[in-house]
Design a binder for this molecule. Structure first.
Ligand code: DAK
Length: 255
């Protein structure tokens, strides 16, 4: 198995387990990731996923370079679609996702982290999109998700130079939310996940996440209108009643 899935009470830790190849994404790894995400989506107790890599060297060194050699147009398209399907499944599901980046996050590995809601990195982490040096383009969403997170200028620098950037710079440009010691990485990711899953409206989080992710595809006036409707609809779903009543009674809300 190239993917380990450890379920906790209401979230899971998904670990890429192909350490010898620095957790590179071949077709099998991609399909096992999708299988694991599908399993979490169908388990109604599961509300979040932390994605990390086995070992101390790499989160994921990218798409499997050996598998890409000699692809024709149709095979390259199929490979790119498998990657997109995987990333979209993570970004488009109702699972809150945190990438816990424990080393290299290159190419498809960085694109996997970009598909997550939040990125936390260890100090030794290194990031980059080296594809153009292989005569490729970032093919698992990098040309689109990276500029939406760090802005177009920085994204183009990363894509066109192919340079590795360290965790300190990644933090400065907003590519990652936090940088911690390697041994603190999973505890930090779990602490954040638990905090997000406690005393928070389940539906409220789903809707807020959806508004943030889908809003960037719409003109501002349309996405603001969508927010108004979504806000009003929350009152028909019962969570505001619970949350507001608990606040007024000086209690913690249970959703
Ligand atoms: N794929 C396959 N194997 C990889 C790999 C990768 N991406 N990265 C590393 N490995 C393997 C190495 O070949 C080596 O295997 P053995 O020789 O031991 O059998 C083992 O992992 C350890 O790696 P190194 O010996 O190289 O370790 P070092 O510490 O010396 O260097 C490194 C670590 C991360 C700097 C280096 O391994 C490296 O540069 N790796 C390649 C990183 C990279 O270029 N990643 C981007 C891959 S391209 C598309 C769809 C998708 C994509 C593009 C287009 N369409 C279809 C349009 C996405 C592309 C990519 O992600």
């Amino acid at each position: 198995m190239y993917v380990e899935l450890e379920k906790k009470e209401n979230y899971a830790i998904l670990t890429l387990n192909r350490e010898k190849a620095l957790n590179a994404l071949n077709s099998e790894v991609l399909s096992e990731i999708r299988e694991a995400i599908r399993e979490l989506i169908s388990d109604t107790k599961m509300r979040g996923v932390i994605i990390t890599g086995k070992g101390e060297k790499a989160f994921c060194a990218g798409a499997d370079i050996t598998e890409m050699k000699g692809l024709n147009f149709d095979q390259a398209e199929e490979f790119a679609r498998k990657g997109h399907k995987t990333m979209n499944m993570i970004a488009g599901s109702d699972l809150i996702s945190i990438a816990a980046i424990n080393g290299y996050a290159l190419g498809g590995g960085l694109e996997l982290a970009l598909a997550c809601d939040i990125r936390i990195a260890s100090k030794n982490a290194k990031f980059g999109l080296p594809e153009t040096g292989l005569g490729l383009i970032p093919g698992f969403g990098g040309t689109q998700r990276l500029p939406r997170i760090v802005g177009r200028g920085i994204a183009l620098e990363i894509i066109l130079t192919g340079d590795h950037i360290d965790s300190e710079r990644a933090l400065k440009i907003g590519l990652v939310n936090h940088v911690v010691e390697l041994q603190e990485l999973l505890p930090k990711a779990e602490e954040m996940m638990q905090k997000m899953l406690k005393y928070k409206g389940v539906e409220a989080q789903k809707v807020a996440r959806w508004l943030v992710h889908s809003g960037s595809e719409l003109p501002l006036t349309a996405s603001l209108e969508r927010e108004v409707n979504a806000f009003a609809e929350m009152f028909e779903k019962g969570e505001p009643e619970k949350g507001i009543t608990a606040f007024l009674n000086k209690q913690k809300p249970e959703f």
